[in-house]
Design a binder for this molecule. Structure first.
Ligand SMILES: [Zn+2]
Length: 237
């Protein structure tokens, strides 16, 4: 068989391996990035829970201030009671005290409600923090594996790149270009076998004269349909 075709076939085999390694490399990098973004996502949830909690805490502080004021009002009203002369005035003060106590009750209820919300949010936060810890541990362990695997990929890529040049460099420049273009445009398959009168790349029938010439002429032939470079493995009988 033609020496150039042999080189091209070996080159294609190697390029497929190289593509496989590059793909694996991309997958590993994506996994690494996914772990990182998942950590950031959970951390953002924890941060937003913190913000919500501190929002409720300042609302509670305000409610406490309100309660303290109501307390002052009640005491002030109660202090006035002994000095009261008329029944009308007395009833008015009692009404005032009653309103203030009602307000106090209302503020206390609001406080309790917010405290309950905080407790819920704290529980949610604890859960997220647990998830985050677990994820951090997993990402650290997996991160080391990924770093190792990436290193192995790089080493293989370097080795294969060296092997590749021993197949690629001896080819004529024109053929190198044709091969590279076909690899790019024909889904990584540039060199295909012609079998039983057909191109195994596009499965189209080859002109008989062309097919027969593959067994005779020592030159590179292309499929007229897909342009892929053709080789044959045995003499057609
Ligand atoms: Zn074809």
């Amino acid at each position: 068989m033609h020496e150039q075709i042999e080189l091209l076939r070996a080159l294609q085999e190697l390029d497929r391996e190289l593509n496989g390694i590059r793909q694996e490399r991309r997958n590993l990098e994506k996994e690494q990035a996914d772990l990182e973004s998942e950590k950031l996502r959970i951390q953002a949830m924890v941060d937003s829970l913190d913000e919500e909690i501190s929002g409720f805490q300042s609302q509670i502080e305000e409610l406490h201030q309100g309660l303290a004021q109501e307390d002052v009002h009640v005491r002030r009203s109660e202090d006035r009671l002994p000095e009261i002369k008329t029944q009308k005035e007395y009833l008015a003060v009692l009404k005032e005290i009653d309103a203030t106590k009602k307000m106090t009750k209302d503020l206390t209820a609001q406080c309790d409600e917010k405290l309950a919300r905080i407790a819920d949010l704290q529980a949610e936060k604890e859960e997220k923090l647990g998830q985050l810890e677990e994820l951090k541990a997993r990402s650290e362990a997996r991160g080391n594996e990924i770093t190792e695997a990436l290193g192995a990929c790089d080493k293989m890529l370097e080795e294969k790149a060296g092997q590749r040049s021993t197949h690629f460099d001896p080819l004529p420049k024109q053929l190198q270009k044709r091969y590279a273009l076909l690899m790019e445009r024909r889904g990584g398959v540039a060199v295909v076998e012609a079998r039983d009168g057909n191109c195994t790349g596009c499965h189209m029938h080859l002109p008989p004269q062309l097919f027969n010439s593959l067994f005779l002429e020592p030159q590179i032939q292309s499929c007229p349909h897909c342009n892929r470079l053709l080789f044959v493995t045995g003499r057609e009988d």
